[in-house]
Design a protein around this ligand. Sequence first.
Ligand SMILES: Cc1ncc(COP(=O)(O)O)c(C=O)c1O
Length: 511
Amino acid sequence: MNIIIDRASPIPIYLQIKQQIRDRIVTGLLPPGYRLPPERKLAERLDLNRSTVLNAYHELKAAGLVESFVGRGTIVLETEETDEGAGEVTDSASAPAPLYWKPMLTAKAAAESSSLIRDLLALPKRQDAVSFGVGVPLPEPELLEELQQMAGRLFTEDRGEVMLHSPVEGRASLRQALCDRMRDRGIRCPKEEVIVLSGAQQGLDLIARTLLSPGDCVLAEEPTYFSALQTFRAAGATVIGVPVDEDGRLRLDAMESLLRSYRPKFIYVIPSYQNPSGRLMDASVRESLLHLAYRYRTPIVEEDPYGELAYGEKSPLPIKAMDEHAHVLYIGTFSKLLGPGMRIGWIAAPKPILKVMGRMKQLNDLHTNSVAQKLLDAALREGAVDRHLARIRTLYRARRDEMCAALKRYAVPGMQWDVPMGGLFLWLRLPGGVNVQELAVRAADRGVDYIPGAPFFAEQPKGSYIRLNFARADIERIGEGIRRLCAAVEDAMEGPEVTGEREQEGTIPIV
Ligand SMILES: Cc1ncc(COP(=O)(O)O)c(C=O)c1O
């Protein structure tokens, strides 16, 4: 936040600060949920007395624009205030009033900007922090080396073709390679039924644009992928969570009754090593779910980013592999196998719907990045992806075992978890009585992060959960991370007041 102080101005400095922050709030540059810099830090940065900044913050509080929370600092509030008077007391030459963006937003965008920010995560600041938070793997050196060599060849051997457009649906040879890969998982589909996407997220977005209208309903197993909930809701749909039983099995009785009552547009599931719960849907539930979909003539959107990350037996066949009546839209991605920066996913779907999605994709981004498509195609054909997969299966299995062993050692009474059989995530139920807000602060203080569970539920969950990515941290650091986490949970149960200021620099997406 770049505040400009004009010491020659007749306007008191605290009012200059107040006005510049106010302008940024009412114009939406500082969104609701944004944490202002701690007073002491801002004072140091501007070379001012702390009391000057304190006065500015008091003014902002009195205007209902910010609020201070114990342990969280000073947070920007939702405001209806307009930009009338923005910049009125600052000298326009030194600090021009920012443009007032809020009224330019579409209703959809305005709703989105506030709901995203509310889910800000407290990132640990300590140098020795252990991260169980963000839901993606870290790049592995052997893979990087192989990709580097292939990328070098791409740019030298194909005389610039790599820099040209690709077909909207994706390069034919990559589409074929994806079909070959799906065949190994039991899915038989021709390349004409596949579109290469800029990540699985684009598949969710295309499905929402193609199938959802405001007022529609979607059924999703509970909990479910946060960003899917957001995407479907942004299209105006209501998502209804379908519960699981005590053993984590999807309640097919509840699914059927919801299908009957709500006639949803589709059912959304992640059957293998789900995000966030790590659960594996067994083959019989997959089959029964497909038959329910047939009976109620309802499509299934099946996401499968983690299916190949099995640490024991292979995961059961995807639902798409059992589908003989064109009911399943299947989305895959390389974000969890190789890295999200690749931005390559795909959708396999019945031709009539795929055609429409192709047109939607063209409006969206013309086509998926040609360089990434060619690189991935080479990596698949030369076996680099499979070699990498074999390495990370061993690596992640060991990290999972380490996390489970550490949890056994340090768990606080009342914590519950299942050992995930694949994927990246361990879903931890917290003991009753934990204050989840305070846990976020305590864990950040102790230098460990995780993803809170509540955003993954369509409605208010019963009980508190957190998601731990076991695959990301160094194996030597996992035990220490779990020790810190369990200590933070104990702190958050005892409930003493948290003091001190903490600064947060950004929002990270919950993936
Ligand atoms: C179920 C699910 N779908 C989609 C995504 C996003 O994938 P991509 O990076 O390919 O867009 C994730 C990533 O966390 C995910 O867990």
